[in-house]
Design a protein around this ligand. Sequence first.
Ligand code: NZQ
Ligand code: ZN
Length: 391
Amino acid sequence: MLNFSFQNPTHIHFGEGKIAAISQQIPSDARVLLVYGGGSIKNNGVYQQVVDALEQHTWFEFSGIEPNPSYNTLMKAQEIIKEHRIDFLLAVGGGSVVDGAKFIAAATFFEGDDPSEEKDPWDILTKQHTITKALPIGAVLTLPATGSESNGNAVVTRDGNKRAFSSPLVRPLFAVLDPKVTLSLSDRQISNGVVDAFVHTIEQYLTYSVNGKVQDRFSEGLLQTLIEEGPKALLPQTKDDLEVRANIMWSATMALNGLIGAGVPQDWSTHMIGHELTGAFGIDHARTLSIVLPAVMKVCRDNKREKLLQYAARVWQINEGDEDARIEQAILLTEQFFKTMQVPTRLSDVDLAAKDIDLLIDGLKQHGMTALGEHSDITLDKSREILTQAL
Ligand code: NZQ
Ligand code: ZN
């Protein structure tokens, strides 16, 4: 196992009716900015529950954070923060809203490296500027997918450039996870969430063995839970089952809260290539992953051989046949799982073709994504091979 430091201080409040807990979690004298997205929370009762819980607080609101939150939208929050002397952010929504709140929190105190230059908080994402101060954040999660509610990561888009940053200072202090609020999700968003959580687990599991037995078994448990429960959330007879939603919700949080990735190598090439697909063509985050992952598994099968065999045996119970056949079967079953979740598995499924690959490779180059994967050996040529495999 590799050395690691691990701390996850996000206080989780899990279960039906838990939104009320935020009244105790936010300091009573805080000046709160409630940030949310396009309004789904007004249609499913979440907004009202939050308003009720904030009855004793001084609060303001900022809405309109879009999926794949944009720098331009997020920067508009700064005026409200100054005007109302906001000192606490409450993010209510999916990963985009929580990520958006993280960027707003960090941008509020951004000073830049060079006082003589005009300061632009976009540097937080492009220059990996170290964050020294951020507004405190609380989250009410409405879409289980990203794990953003209890990690320090955020992804922001500007002019087709999708960039990430990370800081422990933007990790939410608390997160409310009420599975009931996920009942209003569309099938598309349910699928996206399950697939995103699945691929987060794979990125931290399907690398090479360092004998991290706890991490491996945890990851295999999450993968199996998502394989079992994900399809049930799409079936009419089990769609509204809160037990199903609860298991999906907790899996998604656990998949990217730092636990399973501590002490093991991590890949993330599927995500980095996927970000280019979203940046250039606006494809939903999870749908980029379901297209890229099977191709990564195929192109990197030699490097990942040992773990692919373990994945085949423990997650899919494939124990018969020679090694290559077992690996092929595991990749096929992964693709079938994605199909069951109604997400695309090929570039052609989203109307992209070989002629579109150059633009994606240019993006990877421009964003410095030239040595991806657990061995840093996925060069631009390898990424091209992966994208060609995904056609
Ligand atoms: O904007 P509203 O009206 O709220 O509608 C949203 C949005 O249209 C809707 N929605 C959310 N909860 C709902 C609901 N509709 C009905 N009922 C509910 N309960 O769903 C739509 C998509 O929301 P979004 O927040 O964009 O989805 P998701 O949670 O999948 O977040 C995706 C973003 O997170 C980033 C992605 O790149 C993407 O920008 N990621 C963040 C990560 C992190 N912070 O660690 C890791 C991930 O790999 C990912 O990159
Ligand atoms: Zn993801």
